[in-house]
Write a protein that binds this ligand. Sequence first.
Ligand code: UT7
Length: 317
Amino acid sequence: MKIIGTGRAHPTKVVTNAMLEEFLDTSNEWIVERTGIKERRLISDERLEDLAAKASLLAIEDAGLKPKDIDYIICSNVVNEYITPSLSCIVQGAIGAKCACVDINVACSGFVYALDMADDRIKSGKAKNILVIAAEEPSRMVDWRDRATCVLFGDGAGAAVVTEGEGFLGSRMGAVSMTDCLHYVRCLEPTPYISKEEFSAPMYMNGRQVFKTAVMLSSRDIKALLADKGLQPEDVKYYVLHQANMRIVEAVAKQMELDLSYFPHNVEYCGNTSSASVALLLDELHRDGKLQRGDKLILSAFGAGFSTGTCLIEWTK
Ligand code: UT7
């Protein structure tokens, strides 16, 4: 497959580090030094489904298609207001598409996983034009009294339209069950029969463990994929990494022995938008005219699970 259109939508509310200092025992200096984040865009009066629909329509327009031309939708999402129906189904109605749709939850790796699944579906001949969405509101998963997590996240939605073509050059997907290091647990409805103990709790994250695992697995997978394709690290124009923390991006660049200029970033004004982050950055690069036909790109993300997804694409637009 190949990517033929991208789009994105950010919430309008901009929350700076100074605004967080007003109610948290934190400082702009700490946040910038440890994460690179200066501000994040957070959902206030918007609904995630509307951001997802906006990003989708922009991607479809960029692809030169109409919603009726989309024959499959894959949406990466961890939480939104609906447990069911799926966010992909809600967005399908909002944009006026008529096709099968499915949500996936692979935490922050979801956009890369969804592209990989779209490639399989196109190869199998079961779909022609697939809308891949990554829409996330991690700001609704954290405890806003917990300075170790709430300062890190932002909300947003990114989308891509893919079709038959030769732009998806390879991928490596992985998962290691490590539920202790990052999780978010919600109680379901009570029943007369439940006898086990259950609880709801905001997101828990062991930041240091996530940091180390992310750097180790992301650089390992990127190196393995490049070796598999007979490419040198310099043959890739941009490494579009999950925007979780600028220090993780820098550490991966160091592991790859590459200059930071190969690693575009927007974490400074978006924060960590979970699986939307790679999609948002890809659209930003495309709309800013930074991508040329024939450029090779690595997209790579990691997240709860622990999940990892890396793919090599050629920009064909
Ligand atoms: O999408 C995937 C999800 N997650 C990630 O990618 C997160 C990966 N991990 C990280 O980004 C980093 O581990 C963090 C940014 C979360 C934390 O940075 P760190 O350098 O690992 O700091 P730390 O957790 O070791 O905490 C150092 C200190 C602690 O104080 P003490 O115990 O040394 O007195 C924390 O309590 O910093 C304190 N701290 C803060 N101080 C001011 C933690 N959060 C804050 C804060 N402001 N917001």
